[in-house]
Design a protein around this ligand. Sequence first.
Ligand code: NAD
Length: 490
Amino acid sequence: METIATATLAQQVDTPNYDRQRLSTKLVHLGFGAFHRAHQGVYTDDLARLGDSDWGYCEVNLMGGEQLIEQLRGQDHLYSVVEKNADGPVTKVIGCVRESLHCDMDGKHAVIEKMAEPQVAIVSLTITEKGYCSDANTGLLDASNLAILHDLEFPNTPNSAIGYLVEALRVRRIRGLPAFTIMSCDNLQENGRVARDAVIGFARLLDAELAGWIQDNVSFPCTMVDRIVPAATAETLADIANLLGVEDPCGIACESFRQWVIEDDFVAGRPEWNLVGAEFVSDVVPFEEMKLRMLNGSHSFLAYLGYLAGYEHIADTMADPAFKKAALSLMLDEQATTLFMPEWTDLAAYAAMLIDRFCNINIKHRTWQIAMDGSLKLPPRLLNSIRFHLQRGSDFKCLALAVAGWMRYVSAVDESGEPIDVKDPMAKALKSICDQHGHTKSVVKALVGVEVIFAEDLAANQIFINTVERAYETLCELGAKKAVEKLLVD
Ligand SMILES: NC(=O)c1ccc[n+]([C@@H]2O[C@H](COP(=O)([O-])OP(=O)(O)OC[C@H]3O[C@@H](n4cnc5c(N)ncnc54)[C@H](O)[C@@H]3O)[C@@H](O)[C@H]2O)c1
């Protein structure tokens, strides 16, 4: 059967223009999932296309994804990425993967030996939040996690990614080899710190000397990653086959935007990802905040108010000119102004890019999906910015309407009286508060009293309560669509 490696591909497909043999597996990646293929894989391939880079990947799956690894091997480790611009798709074949392993197919030892090879300089991770075996409240290693308990007993045949990393580092140390950098690319706040706490926390329980060596020799740069990469469906794969001219079971589709901000702290060298659009910085935290407030904050605004106005997707919401203008005003006037960024950061250009991404009709991002888990999302996305404005005495009418939109949404009844399927760990408690008050402004004070969301300071702030009450009344009187239009004339 023809594969992406053997077939003559459609003319418009962009294939690797470099000698793949020159790449060495200096990068081992744990978590060959959707995101890695469309993000770090694309940056590293773009770099190889520039000419001098010899950085190649060994892809490893530790949990599930056996078939994907098998399929990747069946096509000489080539796979395709379709970037969906608003004006059409761009199809690329990615050539920077040279090898692959799966712990259940190749054995745990093979994975550890690969990570212990002298040329390996970086082990990167997209293993989802669960992969770090951290305690959700403290952020530190959860020593009662079953995989960790197993790995403490059998450290040479680990189950957790953390166990693999520590075992590979132990082997390198006894062989007199230098350590590698551990780079998390998972969507966690301060992901490098989370990885460090888990790895060093585990090593301490195992062997204090090894833990000390890791502390002194391994770096854990934080990264901020951004690109929307939905899981591939049968429809996605059929689209990709059409574009390529052959089936690619490892193919993935994503938006055209991508961003990668990386703390420049690598103990054994790194690719020059900056040559293909990544940014190396000394501190990633301000960029995380920029993303949370400008991207995620405006996403929440669009999700609650867009849903209430009857829009299914973010792109549909953005097709309403009032919502589009209000989203930009929220980003520039009420979120960007709260940030402390390096001088060279162009927040106006960042906002313009976000607006373009949100308008992309090829990306089907549901308002309902983004509206999920508001009780966890509100503080970092909206409330911290409101605190800033309260302190400065500056205006926050868009943020207040977003909070009012969330309050109206968690009543679980939409503007035409239909039920809303609210997904939130606190959904029941929030609905019960709303039921006691109905859609009257008294619900605002009652909801602001939920301490885990608003904390004592906001519950005691009359300016905050008054502003949200006014927004809530407007929202209930006029409906979401008109309330957003009114924002622009006030
Ligand atoms: N998809 C996106 O749009 C997107 C955007 C930004 C960031 N991310 C981040 O990328 C990460 C992966 O997302 P994805 O979309 O690729 O998901 P995915 O389901 O396609 O891939 C998940 C990967 O994680 C591995 N994994 C899962 N649990 C594990 C565990 N306990 N130990 C070791 N490995 C484990 C799986 O083997 C798989 O390779 C997530 O943390 C997500 O936050 C995704």
